[in-house]
Design a protein around this ligand. Structure first.
Ligand SMILES: [Zn+2]
Length: 133
């Protein structure tokens, strides 16, 4: 039985995780408001989030996205041909293209997929939306 002041698991909209929350308000036996024990934010109780489509369940494409060594990135940038292209999801790219991304910096296109491509940035490889077909 949950009471005000008790704990319940809820989806925290700030932490984006199911976490322990303290019940702060109840109406008619139903939990209305909870406070996240992790970030301290108070919000209405939300059930489990709708099952999200985990893109990483598609094996092979995005599961190996982290690159430990920046040396790989340096080599890729040096090997990249042509001028730096501004990243724009309205454009399509080819593998080997050198990309200048506003946030992630320089990257080199590794592989292209339908409507996206994987780009190796200094910290890791990311899948970005593009207009590839
Ligand atoms: Zn939280």
């Amino acid at each position: 039985m949950i009471t005000t002041g008790g704990e319940t698991e809820s989806y925290c909209t700030r932490c984006k995780l199911n976490l322990d929350h303290i019940v702060v308000a109840m109406v008619g036996g139903a939990v209305m408001k909870v406070k996240c024990k992790t970030c301290g934010s108070t919000h209405r109780l939300r059930g489990m989030p709708a099952v999200r489509q985990e893109p990483s369940k598609k094996k092979g494409v995005s599961s190996k996205t982290s690159v430990e060594s920046p040396a790989l990135w340096e080599m890729a940038v040096e090997a990249a041909v042509g001028i730096e292209l501004d990243y724009d999801m309205a454009l399509s790219y080819r593998s080997g293209d050198l990309i200048a991304h506003k946030v992630f910096g320089k990257g080199v296109v590794q592989k292209t997929f339908f409507k996206k491509c994987s780009i190796l940035f200094r910290d890791k490889e990311r899948i970005l939306a593009t207009s590839n077909t």
